[in-house]
Design a protein around this ligand. Structure first.
Ligand SMILES: Nc1ncnc2c1ncn2[C@@H]1O[C@H](COP(=O)(O)OP(=O)(O)O)[C@@H](O)[C@H]1O
Ligand SMILES: [Mg+2]
Length: 172
């Protein structure tokens, strides 16, 4: 079960392009992923498809036999988190999921507050043994230059994977 998935990306669940088997085995083993590469290279598609391979961890998701995840657009999340009273609510809510897909992390308009929020989220994933799949058009090096706590936590819980093929479908 993947909450909050936008209509456009729901279609991805019905498409049948193959995804890298090494990524399937990472998520099956409980690992997290940082998928990066150019726009249109299939990062969001892969993240959404990988959700089907994530195993349930929490007690309540064991009852349904399905992992419970939430899809969040990164900019939208940072915007919500910029409202102080939202913070504990959002961080609290995220704890209820087995996995989080944080889509389209961009380093534009980067602020110390965003950096701190991202670290808090990744750190919570780490301590609560959740899984996170981040998609971004920035290489891990770009993040490391900003805050190496983020990349070092990420490398403890998962893998970085670069998408190299550009294949965005054009409108007509
Ligand atoms: N392996 C693939 N072969 C062909 N098309 C693909 C493949 N993976 C994804 N796509 C398509 O490519 C388009 C862009 O994918 P998307 O994952 O949204 O890109 P990104 O998130 O990297 O910008 C979508 O229309 C998707 O259906
Ligand atoms: Mg995308």
């Amino acid at each position: 079960m993947l909450a909050n998935l936008p209509l456009r990306y729901k279609e991805y669940l019905r498409q049948e392009y193959s995804i890298p088997t090494e990524l399937i085995s990472v998520v099956e083993k409980g690992g997290s992923l940082y998928l990066y590469g150019k726009v249109g290279s299939g990062k969001t598609y892969t993240a959404v498809k990988l959700s089907e391979y994530i195993k349930p961890k929490h007690k309540y998701s064991h009852q349904t036999g399905k992992a419970k995840g939430i899809f969040i657009n990164a900019d939208e999340m940072f915007h919500q988190l910029s409202i102080p009273e939202n913070k504990p609510v959002i961080f609290g809510k995220l704890q209820n999921y087995d996995y989080i897909i944080l889509d389209d992390l961009s380093l534009g308009n980067w602020t110390p507050a965003k950096q701190e929020s991202l670290f808090v989220i990744i750190n919570k994933v780490y301590v609560l043994k959740q899984q996170i799949i981040i998609t971004s058009n920035y290489s891990p090096k770009g993040i490391e230059n900003l805050d190496n706590r983020i990349t070092s936590r990420l490398s403890e819980i998962g893998k970085f994977f670069e998408f190299k093929t550009e294949r965005r479908k054009k409108w007509q």
